[in-house]
Design a protein around this ligand. Structure first.
Ligand code: SF4
Ligand code: SF4
Length: 447
């Protein structure tokens, strides 16, 4: 499957469908040989030395081994490389010259995924990873008991955070998202305004896919997206049939991802037939729906249809502005630090948040491309938190360089992690929040 434009290369990279139903994919000797083949190529190349913690670990371990050979690595050392990977996709999308159709046929993130799929099949996924991947169940429970849940997970609740650290390995210093007391879809009737019939986008229909985070935690980006779209004439409905299963993908639980993908795609198929575009508020969900699901279930017609109909919210607003025009946006003389989240970059659509914010007259967005280091649930674990903070520092420095009036990120977890690292670093000018770029569009519209 071709994934479109690739940064730094003229060739369109392709990604093979994941053969997760074939027994040979789980053969541990074959996997070990493939890991060593790929690690050897990477060790010679080293381009990805500063993308994450996996590559420096890999290179150091080979360099410090007796013969400086990949064959010297123990099984435990290989696991360390896999465990340091957040599946951000950056090495495949941005840097690697050896991805298919190159004969080296190298797809580092999907090799890490294969390792985790083998671990998952053997029942070796940790209890914490399994619990945290049940985002819908956790979100429903957290919403019903929001007062208690928000108190227990707050960084100031030392006893409960200490228990969570001991039982689940969640670092007590890591910021955890608050729960909303009512899920976003339950507020849809009150929240979604009638589309403006005089606006250029009138006649278009959007089914807005709320991520678990939009549904159960921070609803500000969803509210802003609804208002901006309706103000531009678009008829909007909010949908959250279930989680996109990114946390289960991180666990290597491919069968669970495949069944979630089939159910969500079946939910959206009739809406697409009725003329709805599907728009994801959170970048990770858009990545799953556009690219990962079709590689897991390439023969599922609903999934193919959903993949083609899915847009990221910034991408959709930019597209709307080009195809139909936008309701005039008020000028906003403000500098904006824009964090280009990995799962937004991995969609191969260019920095759409930048393009969208440039639609605000007098706004001055400045792009930061460095990874936040958070990586879904990866960064909250005790064994990863300090590394997640270290990895965030270049992104924080870049964001702070222009002392912007606002900071935004298309990844909500990256945004709150970056803010926490700024707080720890004693930033002179702390942002009130690092929200989604669409919130600034809503602000510019005075919504
Ligand atoms: S997918 Fe991301 S975290 Fe994993 S190895 Fe590649 S760049 Fe590193
Ligand atoms: S993933 Fe590709 S670009 Fe990165 S170090 Fe390996 S071979 Fe080089």
């Amino acid at each position: 499957m071709a994934t479109g434009y690739k940064e730094g290369s003229l060739d369109a990279p392709t990604r093979h469908a994941l053969p997760w139903r074939e027994e040979s994919w789980y053969d541990e000797a074959a996997l070990d040989a493939e890991l060593r083949r790929v690690f050897d190529i990477c060790h010679g190349c080293r381009r990805c030395f500063n993308l994450c913690d996996s590559f420096p670990k890999l290179f150091d371990m080979i360099d410090e081994s007796p013969n400086e050979e990949v064959e010297d690595l123990s099984a435990g050392q290989i696991k360390q490389v896999v465990d340091a990977c957040t599946l951000c996709d950056m090495c495949f999308m941005v840097k690697c010259p050896y991805v298919p159709p190159h004969e080296f046929n190298l797809d580092f993130p999907h090799l890490m995924l294969r390792y985790r799929a083998v671990e998952h099949r053997k029942g070796e996924t940790s209890k914490a990873d399994r619990l945290l991947a049940e985002t819908d169940r956790n979100g429903k429970l957290g919403s019903v008991l929001s007062d208690v849940a928000n108190w227990a997970t707050d960084g100031k609740s030392e006893t409960t955070r200490g228990i969570m650290q001991q039982m689940l390995g969640i670092d007590k210093r890591a910021h955890l998202p608050k729960f909303a007391d009512i899920p976003l879809t339950n507020r849809a009737v009150a929240l979604v305004p009638a589309p403006n019939p005089d606006a250029p986008g009138f006649g278009r229909r959007v089914a807005l896919y709320a991520s678990c985070y939009d549904q159960f935690n921070d609803q500000t980006p969803g509210e802003a997206a609804v208002k901006v779209l309706a103000h531009n004439g678009v008829e909007v409905r909010i949908e959250h049939p279930e989680c996109c299963a990114m946390p289960k993908l991180e666990n290597g639980d491919i069968p669970a991802v495949a069944s979630a993908a089939a159910r969500v795609a079946a939910h959206f198929a009739p809406l697409i037939d009725q003329g709805y575009d599907v728009v994801a508020i959170t970048a990770s969900c858009a990545l799953m729906m556009k690219f990962e699901w079709p590689l897991i279930e390439p023969d599922n017609e609903d999934i193919r249809k959903l993949s083609a109909a899915t847009h990221d919210i910034s991408e959709y607003i930019v597209k709307l502005s080009k195809q139909a025009g936008l309701t005039p946006v008020e000028a906003m003389d403000a500098s904006i630090g824009v964090h280009f989240a990995c799962h937004s970059r991995a969609q191969n659509m260019g920095p759409k948040a930048m393009e969208m914010l440039k639609l605000i007259p007098e706004a001055k967005p400045v792009l930061t491309e460095r990874c936040s280091g958070h990586g879904g649930k990866w960064g909250i674990y005790q064994q990863n938190f300090d590394t997640a903070v270290k990895l965030a520092r270049p992104a924080v420095r870049s964001l702070e360089k222009t002392a912007p009036d606002y900071m935004v990120s298309e990844c909500p977890l990256a945004g709150s992690h970056l803010k926490q690292v700024m707080e720890q670093g004693g930033a002179a000018k702390l942002p009130e929040r690092i929200g989604h770029p669409v919130e600034l569009m809503a602000k510019a519209y005075g919504l």
